[in-house]
Structures are given as C-alpha cells and as structure tokens.
Design a binder for this molecule. Sequence first.
Ligand code: CP
Length: 310
Amino acid sequence: MKTYFYQRDIISILDFNRESIETLFEYTDKMMKYANSKLNLLNGKVVSLAFFEPSTRTRLSFEVAAKRLGADVITIVGEEALSISKGETLADTIKMLDSYSDAIVIRHKYEGVAKYASEIAEHPVINAGDGKQHHPTQTMIDLYTIKKFFNGIDGLVYGVLGDLRYGRATTSFIYGLSLFKPKKIYMISPESLRAREEVLHVLKERGIAFEERRNLEEVIEELDVLYVIRIQKERFPDPLEYEKVKGSYKVTLDVIKKAKKDLKILHPLPKVDEIDERIDNTPYAAYFTQAKYGVPVRMALLALIFGVEP
Ligand code: CP
C-alpha cells in the first residue's frame, strides 16, 4: 500500500481505500515519535504552499511537517503579491510552482482547482481545500484522531453537525467514513444546510446507514463521535441567506450532559460560536488534539508521496 501514495496527487479522500488510509496511520504512528525532531528524509526537496484562501492549521502544519522532514518551503498567501494581480493566469502560476518545487499544496475558493492544478503540474499536487468540495488531508487527520481515541473507526455512531451544504471538511469527513464501517451517521443541520445530493449518493451507493436530523438533542445519547463545523459564511452566494441560519445551532453544556461519557467532539477549526467554549476544557473536546495531529499526519503523507521511510 506504500506505493499507493508514491508521487501521487491527493485530490479527494474518495480516491483512497481503507488499506491505504491504514498505511498512512502506521506511518503517522512512526512520525509521532519524531514530533519534536528534525528528520533529514527530504533534504534537497522543495514544497510549495499555495494558499489562495486563508488558513491557519493546514498551511502551518504542512510547513512544519515539510521542515521537520528536511524539505524547504516556498509560500504563497493570497493573490495580491503574485503576478496573477497583473493578469497572469492561474495555469502559468502553477507551471512556475511546478518548476521551482517537488510538490504543490494548494488551497483555493473554487471547487476543482486542485484537480486542475494536478493536470498542469508534473509534480504531485495536494488539495488543501477546494471550495466546498474536498479537504482530504483534514479527513486523514480526523480519521487518525478517531482511531487514536477509539482504537478503530468501525462500529461507532457518528453525528455530523452544522453546515453540511458548504462545509468541505464535513463533506470530506463523511466520504472518509464511507471507506470504513460506521454503525450509523446522523447528519444534523438546519434544512437549508443539508448535505448535497452527491454526498448522499455516495453513502447510499456504499451501503452506509445514515439519517438526516434537525436537532442534536434528538440523537446525542447515541453518539460516540460528534463532528461539528461552523457555518461557512464566506461561501453563501446571498448574505441574506446566511443571516437566516446564523446562530441556528450550538453545542451546549446542557446537551452534552446527556451524551455518553466517552463521547468525543471533533471540529476541523476554526470554530466561531457553535460550541460553548466551556466545553474546550472537558474530556469531550478532542479538537485541539485533532489539530495537533495535523503535523504527524502530514509528515506521514509527505514521506509516502516522496517514497521515504521514517
Ligand atoms: N481545518 C482547517 O482547514 O483549518 P484552516 O482553515 O485554519 O487551515
């Protein structure tokens, strides 16, 4: 399964199978031992970080991961400092990154840009989030976090709460669960933020049990994992539509009192107001641990793509 990743583009979690994700987990376990060390596995390699949309975790953890492995990093943040602002095309920009580096990590507000970049670049392209569509490396982190807490991913009851329409992390997470055998997925959201038909189609096709619900209270007692996402304000075509759903869900201490004591709450972050911040200091909150796993998981992924072993 190691060869599965070698020199490969990472566009969607649906391009992977269970065995390949388990290989990534094995590599991540090894990388955990080197969380504070410098390995020299990627000396002489350059990784481009092309972030056309804001990011804290994805960009910085990729940067730390690449540097811990010994690679150099070049970074783009926004279009303003690029010759795109003088009229250069995205395609030519990708060609330049491809000629200066050995892998391109790209985030963009438009769906399909990572795939487009992968068709232009000869080196591997890693999708760091394209519009509302995919965020495969986030899902790798999410699944690894669950595996660490529960010693596996199968047989658990999942709740995915929030903006399932525009949330790429939740879309990708639901796709990621479909590689395993979850007992059930509850998809909990306001009516207008329900998951898109293409997401439901994947679950139906793969025989994954799921139900759409409106309120967390209806299902909280059954859940092993609750995955929460903020409302993706920046993706609403109409600001008035955002105003209608703003503040429409929140994980409160009251609702959490009804949960299983081992419930873990995941969130890709950033979070805004959808989780009572007093939950941050309870054993339910797994989201800061989840974010921390971003470095070893991305180290493992880069090592596999470049065909090096820790
Ligand atoms: N989870 C995630 O993608 O966070 P950033 O937007 O900060 O990278």
